[in-house]
Design a protein around this ligand. Structure first.
Ligand SMILES: [Zn+2]
Ligand SMILES: [Zn+2]
Length: 100
């Protein structure tokens, strides 16, 4: 990520540290907008994301996605509210279903 953006992101976190090895967290997608999680913010349920499209980048403070998977122990989604593509729990590496 660009150095200026990394600095700006670090100023917005309490730890003063963000991981600069950013990976897109969306499931396989067609669009060119990618979203990488930088860090959780102090505001509960909010995280700082880096959106990039080619060389264009932007820092976004976004609320967490409120959706959880089915069932009483539904897994939370690791993305932000209104994200494109599937929730992270819809793309678990392995889907196990029990006949119940
Ligand atoms: Zn992507
Ligand atoms: Zn989600």
């Amino acid at each position: 990520m660009p150095l200026e953006l990394a600095r700006e992101a670090e100023q917005r976190t309490s730890t003063g540290y963000v991981d600069r090895a950013i990976q897109c967290r969306l499931s396989d997608h067609e669009g060119d907008d990618h979203y990488g999680l930088l860090t959780e913010l102090d505001t509960y349920g909010t995280a700082l994301w880096l959106r990039w499209h080619g060389t264009e980048t932007a820092l976004l403070a976004l609320p967490d996605c409120p959706m959880t998977g089915p069932g009483p122990d539904g897994e939370g989604c690791c993305l932000f509210a209104d994200h494109p593509e599937a929730h992270t729990w819809q793309h678990a590496p392995e889907v196990t279903s029990y006949a119940s």
